[in-house]
Each structure stands twice: as structure tokens, then as C-alpha cells.
Design a binder for this molecule. Sequence first.
Ligand code: ATP
Length: 877
Amino acid sequence: MWFNKSTEAVLEEFKVNLTTGLSENEVLQRREKHGLNELTSKKPKTLFSIFLSQLNNIMIYILIGAALISGFIGEISDAVIIGIVILINAIVGVIQESKAEKALDALKKLSTPKSLVKRDGESKEIPSQEVVSGDLVIIDAGRYIPCDLRLIETANLQIEESALTGESVPSDKQANLIIEAEDTPLGDQKNMAFMSTLATYGRGVGIAVATGMDTQIGKIATMLEESTDEQTPLQKKIEELGKILGFAAIGICALMFLIGVLQDRDLYEMFLIALSLAVAAIPEGLPAIVTIVLAMGVQRLIKEHAIVRKLPAVETLGSVSVICSDKTGTLTQNKMTVTHFFANDEQEEITSIDLNKEAHRLLLENLVLCNDSTYSETAKTGDPTEIALLEAGKRFDLSNDLLQKTYPRVHEIPFDSDRKLMTTVHNYNNQFIVFTKGALDSLLKISTDAYINGETVTLTEELKNKIIEASNKMSDDALRVLGAAYKSLAADPSKEGRIIEENLTFIGLVGMIDPPRLEVKDSIALCKKAGIKTVMITGDHKNTAFAIANELGISNNIEEVISGSELDKLTQDQLNDKIEGLSVFARVSPEHKVTIVKAIRSRGNIVSMTGDGVNDAPSLKAADIGVAMGITGTDVAKGAADIVLTDDNFSTIVSAIKEGRNIFNNIKKSIIFLLSCNLGEVVALFLAILLGWASPLRPIHILWVNLVTDTLPALSLGVDSGDPTVMDKKPRDPKATLFAEGAGLRLILNGALIGFLTLTAFVIGNNLYPDSLMHAQTMAFVVLSISQLFHSLNMRHPDKSIFQLGVFTNKNLVYSILLGILLQVIVITVPSLASVFKVYPLTIRDWAFVLLLSVMPLVINEIIKAIRRNKISGKTV
Ligand code: ATP
């Protein structure tokens, strides 16, 4: 048992050196022996079970029924063809599903937690699966524990172990305990940390003692796979639509039968027609196309540096009307440099630091010692604010390593965004010194004195105001300000159980620049154009926040800025009333973020919220789209988010919204296209029956068109190049249906047109060849298929001409149309296929008629679009 051994014994057993950790060589050997640190997931589904699941679908049931009845009444070739279609459909389904699985696996890899380990004497961040037993793992708040660890160092470390013990109250960890009782339950093993549990506070170091399936959680193997097959609202709507259309098909068939009986038609013929209609009414390829387009959209978003964790987010992105963004690192570069300081009552540039002046030395020592980051020429780890402080120290030869050795840390209170302070206690020249750094307002509340020119004086109101004035001056120049205070004591205060953060002596301030990201200003302007408001939420000072917000174009009016303490005075209702006039939230804590999201949503907005910290999970969940930072974000924030940014950049959110709008529009184009094609088929059949004609199409023709010639154009529409003007419009109303903005009308008109053209071809065929029903059906079949192919070009834009868009700007669509025409010609001209499809080779004259009719949807739509464009431009003149 690791918990009843001393840390030395554990280090010895794993042959690991506490200062350097394992060497990379050793790591390779261990990984070879024990494999990767991962839980073997559930058995993958077999191909056969995926195949069977493809058949479990109402549309397929109808087709199977149709095949059986066709076979039963002697229409063997129809039965065989329907059988082949079902088979092809299932095979395509299997291929799609396994592709989607692979894409999801790749996604999982991209978003797996990372761990900080010490190897070859340096701290490195590695994917958690690469941790091997014996690794020294560094734990900080917000990280998941990558494997089972025997803790060797802890500083206020708290770990939430509900994944393992069910207990959601974090448990305090103590590295220096040795637990005797062999049967100590997991929850009481205070010197251990377990895989998949979460560090919520403090810091620690542990030796990896078990990895992968050897860990406690691996042993009980209760790790549930994250559900990844969440359906998007659109997918749900389409499933419902499929059901409605299924019932509609049954209804139409019954009606048809009734009419047929009234018309005294042959029962067998009636059955064939009813079957054709059932097939025509159901858009078989639709769900698959939506899934593929969404999956491809997710891939495109990865290229834009956004990993979608929850599929519905792809759709919601298109409706976002407010983006709430953190400042540091998202709007700014998070590359901080200390430029100014204030000490001894004077503000100067950092180059003027003089270590012979006691206040200057104390200020720098404070900022370097009260610091958890590391800085060397080659490697920097930790919080950029702290790295900047170490860098400043280094300029004056105050290195963190050296100082820590001289003045060892004996106690600490970690930084958190609520207190906005961090404190360490050091053994300092036979005394104890408390160093606190943090936000000035928090620091002044706990300081009673100030250190000026070698003397400790009382911190009077007048002095306080001077300090605040100096801080404001720095903030107004967009500098991030951090204060430092100290006190020295004869005894280790932590041992006496005294409150450490009180009665401090203020030393000074530093101001650091964190330049805005260059591309962000343009992105914010783009958002404005697209009807999206940008809101800055930051823990930083009001003036600093406003200076940067002003520079970026988020706000030019200080009235739009509110601070956390002002927020505290408002009720949720009062905030809801005020919210539209606010665009910068300064000095806020993570808890405020939830209130802010609620207020913005109360105005009917769709909100995206960014977050990175341990406490950001609730606000990420409360927002419509939670966005976590991939680089600086904690595992908790990533776990709660819908989207993770791999570059932490605000502009990526805007690109993702643009992509989301395009994806939705493209899916809509595919759906409306497919439905208008189906409607065309229903119209052709229904009218023919009403008029007492023979059926213009056979079931197999309709199946062919729906499953072969329509599918590729629909997919090509689904991946259409984005509309460059998509960000000129207001966000999409999430409640609006797919048929909004005239799409429903276009669907009906084009469906009617296609049906009408098909019937026209049938009538022409009948007139040309009165004795051959097959010939007339062939002409109707070809017009149905090719007119739909041409119609796909209309779908690219509701108003713009295909020539304005550029015919070849969607090459996939052009190839799909050409391939569709080629396949159609092959079916008609290859004798063996022609006999299966019951078609007749067309003459040149027939082809001329057929092509003329087929191109009509394009011609008519172009004319209508030209009229509409004229009207619109007439209105705007
Ligand atoms: P954002 O919310 O935009 O990321 P932020 O990084 O400034 O902004 P916090 O990390 O909550 O937000 O920091 C709030 C304040 O706490 C800072 O303005 C600074 O004064 C102080 N602070 C930040 N980091 C530290 C730290 N490591 N130690 C002590 N104080 C800190």
C-alpha cells in the first residue's frame, strides 16, 4: 500500500530523483512496459451491429415492406433493386458511422486533459495519457489528476473525489502523513490522489504509482464514456419531420387508393403507384446528409482553432447575439511585461529600479518570491502575470530559484480570483516574512502601514489616496496593476494559527502592459456589423478594463462600465433592466459571471461566455455556448464548455460564429433542396392519378433519383463555400423554422414546377409514342432527375444569380451535376440496366425535349431572382 509508506520509500521504489524526475529514456522504457495511461474504453461496436442499426429505421421498414410485396406479386426486378438500395444505404451508413467515430476519436485526443510533469529536471506539459509510473506530477487547482499518485508535497491542496467516492465536498490532502491502517477507505487516504478526481484548490506534487487500468478507477472500471451522440435541435426536428412525412405518405397512399378505386383502376397498378408515392414522400437521404454536413462543419471549425465538444453548439453558434469575453489572453495577448513601478511615493519606469534602495529591493523580492511560476531562457511555465514578474526580477539578477533557496517558503495561501490576492511566508534572515501580492483594492483593505524611504509609516487616508492615484494613472494607460505588501514576524505565523493576511505594510505597485491582440479590433467591428454585441468581463481594474475596451472598440463611454462591487448592490431584476447599457464588467469574480449571463439572456439574447478558471464552470454551463480556453484553461472549464479554443483567441469565436452561420445555411439549403425534389415527385404522381392517367414514374425511378442523383448535389450544397455577406445580417432567430424567410414558399413553388415539368415530359412522350408507356415514363424519369440536378444550382442563394456567385465556386456541385447526368445516361443506354429500370433508349429529339424541360427550373428561378433583386435595389434607392 502506497499510503502507508514514506515518500522516500516510494521514491526509492520507483527509482526516481526528486529534483530531476524521470529521464525521457526511462519514460520510454516504462511506457513500453506498461502502455499508455488510459482506461480501455467500452468494446467497440462490431461492424455487423453497426450494419443492423442502419436498418432500424421507419423509412427502411417501408422499403423492406415494399420489396417483399413486390417480390410476392412477381415484380422480382423491383424487389431486387429495392433490396440493393437498402443494402447500399446500409453500407454507406456503416462507412459514415465509422468515419464519424474516427473523427470523434481524433476530437477526443485533441481535447484530452494535459498534465504537468517534471522530467530531466524541467517542468513539461504533456498529454495525460503519456504519464508513466514514477513520473513526478505537479498538481494545481483546476487540473484533473491523471493517474493514481502518492503525494509528496502539498500546499493547501484540496481534491474533489466524487468521481471515485461520490463525495462532492473536496477533501484536504496532506503529503507528509503516513497512514497505518491497511484498510483505510479511499476517501480517507489523505496522502494519495486518484485518477479522474479534480484538484479544486492549492498545489501539490505526487509520484505516479499506478496508471491506466491499474488505477483505482480503472479497477472498478466505472468510468462512463462521455455521451457523444447528442442530437442537435435540427437533427431532432428532422427526425420529427421524417415521422410526419412518413404518416403523410401513408395518408396520401390511402387517398390514392380511394381515388383509384373510385376510378375503377386495376388493383395491382394501384399498388405500384401507392408504393411510388410512399417512396416519393419520404426524403430517405436527409438525416444522413444533415449528420455528414454537421460532422464536416466540426472538422472545418477545428481548422479555425475551435473544437466542438457538443454537436448542438454548431447550430447555436449561428444565433449568438452577445459574446461575453474575458480580457486577459482572449482580447489581449497575455504577453505581459512590467514597464512601471511605484515605490517610495514615486512612479518610475522599471529600468529605474535600484536594488540599493530598500523599498525597491523588497518590492522585487516580494513579487519574485510570492510566485508559483518558473522562468528561464528556455522554459516558462505558469501564469503570464507571474512570469512577467519573474522576468522583471531577472533583469536585476533576482532569480526565483536562488531567492527560494535563500528564503525557503514555509507556508502559502494560493491566489484565487475571489480574494484577488496571493500570500507566501518565508524563512527570512532568522525571521519569518509574509509576502502578499494582488489587486490594489484588496491589498489596501488588509494593509495598515506603508514602507517609504526605509521607514514604516501609518497608512493614512491621504497616503492611500496617493497610492490609488498612482494606480489609476497606470490603469488609465491600460496597464495591469499589481500591489505588494509584507510583514515580518518572529515566529512562523501559520503554526500559531494566526490570520496571515492582515496588518500588512504596503510596499509598492507594478504596472504591466498586455497589448491587445492585433486581429481583435477587426473582429469586434465585424461583430457589430453582424448584430452581435461584445461584452468584456474581467477581474482587472475598472480603468484598465475601460482603457482596453476603448482601444478595441467595445465601449467608448465610461458609463457602460460597472464593477463587481457595484454589481453586488443590484438585484437580478435591477441588473436585467440595466444590462443593455453595460458592456464592460470590471473587478468581477467568477460568481458574477452567472448573474451577468442570466441578465443578458433575460433580454432574449443568445449568449456565448468564455472561461478558463476552476470557478468558471457554472457560467459556462449557464451560457448558450460555453467557450473554454484550450491553452490557459483548466480541465474543469474545458469539461463544462461546448467549445474549446485551441488558440485562446477572441477572433476565433467570431470565426466560429461565421462558420456556424454558414453551416446552418448550408444544411438548410440541402434540406429545402431535398424536400422540393420530393414534393416534385409527389405532385407528378398525384396529379397524374387525379387526371386518370397511368403512373408517370415507377417506384425504382423515384428510388434512384432520391438515393443516387439527389444525394451528391445535396451534400455539395451542404459544404457550399461560405457566403461572404453572411456577417452583414442579424443573428438568426433560434425559434425561426427552416421554412422562414421565404424558404417554404420557394420549396412549394419549385416542387410544383419540377412535378409539372415531369408530367409535361410524360405527356410529350405519350404523344410521341402513344403505344409505349415505357417510353413516356423514361422521358418523365429523365426530366425528374435532371431538372432536380439543375435546380440544385438555384439553392445556392435565395436572391443572388448563380452567375453572380460564380458557377465554379462550388466545384463539388458542378461535378455532382455532371456525374448525375452521366449516370442517368448510363442507366438509359446500357441495355442490361435499362431492362432493370424498365426504360427505353431516348432519341436525339427526345433528349432535346428532355434537356429543354430540365433546364427550366434554373431559367425560371434566375428570372424570379432578377425581379426580386430589382425590387430590393429599387426599395433601397
Ligand atoms: P480576466 O478575467 O480578463 O482573465 P484577470 O486575469 O485580470 O482578467 P483574475 O485572474 O481574476 O482576472 O485577476 C484579477 C486581479 O487579481 C488582477 O487584476 C490582479 O490584480 C490580481 N492577480 C492576478 N493574478 C494574480 C496572481 N498570480 N497573484 C496575485 N494577484 C493576482
